[in-house]
Design a protein around this ligand. Structure first.
Ligand SMILES: *[C@@H]1O[C@H](CO)[C@@H](O)[C@H](O)[C@H]1NC(C)=O
Length: 107
């Protein structure tokens, strides 16, 4: 069936185009985070991060028995930073990371 073949092909191109040109963290795709899985955060803070972030992770209150907080872990070249989910700058930063194809991996 030529029609459905072409339809499927253009749909596939559209998906590839969307995921590459407009990266979005809700779309499936290979987004393996850089480096090893971080250890969880005992505490988190609101300190801004000036360095480039290469990977992002998130855990919730119930994720680890020994780290009962909700925290984002932003990985820079040198270390992993534990960020309070309510930090005023975080949502904007996550959007910028998302635009670079960096999605927060749920631990
Ligand atoms: C971070 O900021 C939020 C909002 O102002 C505040 O509720 C929270 O307690 C702060 N977290 C820390 C660890 O200071």
């Amino acid at each position: 069936m030529p029609f459905s073949f072409h339809y499927g092909l253009s749909l596939m191109c559209l998906i590839i185009l969307l995921t590459q040109v407009c990266p979005h963290c809700d779309l499936p795709g290979p987004r393996s985070p850089a480096g090893p899985i971080p250890s969880c955060c005992m505490t988190a803070n609101n300190a801004t991060i000036n360095e480039p972030v290469n990977a992002c992770f998130v855990h919730y209150e119930h994720t680890f028995p020994h780290c009962k907080i909700h925290a984002y872990i932003l990985r820079t070249k040198n270390d992993d930073r534990c960020v309070d989910p309510t930090a005023w700058w975080l949502q904007q930063r996550l959007k910028k990371l998302e635009a670079r194809g960096i999605c927060c991996k749920i631990l």
